[in-house]
Design a protein around this ligand. Sequence first.
Ligand SMILES: *Cc1c(COP(=O)(O)O)cnc(C)c1O
Length: 445
Amino acid sequence: MMSITYRLPQVRNLVTAFPGPKSAELATRRKAAIAAGVASSLPVYAADADGGVILDVDGNSLVDLGSGIAVTTVGASNPGVVAAVQEAVTHFTHTCFMIAPYEGYVAVAEKLIEHTPGDHAKKVALFNSGAEAVENAVKIARIATKRQAIVVFDHAYHGRTNLTMAMTAKVMPYKQGFGPFAGEVYRVPMSYPYRDPEGLTGAEAAARALLLVEKQVGAENVAAVVIEPILGEGGFVVPAEGFLPALSAWCTANGAVFIADEIQSGFARTGAWFACDHEGVVPDLMTVAKGLAGGMPLSGVVGRAELMDASHASGLGGTYGGNPVACAASVAAFEAVEELRLLERARHIEGLIRQELGDLVGAGVVGELRGRGAMMALEFVKPGTSEPNPDAAKAVAGACLAEGVLILTCGTFGNIVRLLPPLVIGDDLLTDALGVLKKEILAAG
Ligand SMILES: *Cc1c(COP(=O)(O)O)cnc(C)c1O
């Protein structure tokens, strides 16, 4: 096992008022130049990042429990990824795979085929963003089935393009005022164990959803059922055991394509290569992005060869899709997961989080601690109830930030604090950050 090397000191250290003078100056320039609709969680500007820290332009060192939304899984400047990018750019930055193809694209496809669930024949297409991968998975499912209806779930997040806005559940901030939305998208209930009636099994929750599909959409019209095996923006909800296998079996029985959107839950994040692996679910198609290329923009659709081959030539593609520099980074990121044994590391991080925060559940504002691997969340409620408590989540995240710990919130009700540390974060730094979080949760009641 290779050991993790860090370029930057792995410490939490605030050296200026927050934000410092250089960040304040950048905030003024930003206000004049950047569209108001593009918001940031942090009031400070990044100058460097490595391992578990982000260094701001004033020299403040923050602990990163967000990984740029589950992207810098192997670190924000993983040495292998950096070297691969440097090597790639000395040759070419772009040729366009649709014009002059290159090996890196093929190598990433082979890695995805190797590491995704199922040993059937698979093929791959690469794109740039997660939303673009979801759009293309839908295109592939529709042309392969010659059907149109797309089934999605409550609390789902699939992106910000027109089709993926339609597939995303939450109106504010993702959809408000941006319609009209794409048609033939149908939403059914998710399995949400903390909020479902007590004792509802995964199979029962699947039956609840599929009855609606059969009565309101018609099984013979369904091109695809699209689901995040663990909800991302929707609140890190892990569906009840049996829910995903029941949906997958229904798709097989009814000629629909089962699409797992593993953009947030995939690529080692949950302690397995993909979250589907935890229940042995083999999706027909899978979308991947976020952690896939160590921070470089890259996404893909991987799945059954006969589905992936359903499109006519040139039906799929895009100018930048599978950019050579991003592909080189991705191959290095796959290697880093193996060399640094990051699947094990993700499971170790889950253990640490459960050990440090487990005793907060039930008392005060924490209703549930859930997740898998390094994709963990706390659901905040009003004490003694299960009523969502977004104010507490926001207050805790804000207080942590003021102490140099970057924590993100999410969830339909905005009441989830999510923990997505880079898998290369050290135990000492993570324990320090969790200590700050615990202190602030106790202070919140
Ligand atoms: C982030 C995300 C997307 C969208 O990815 P972008 O790269 O932001 O377009 C889609 N699905 C899931 C599950 C995500 O977490």
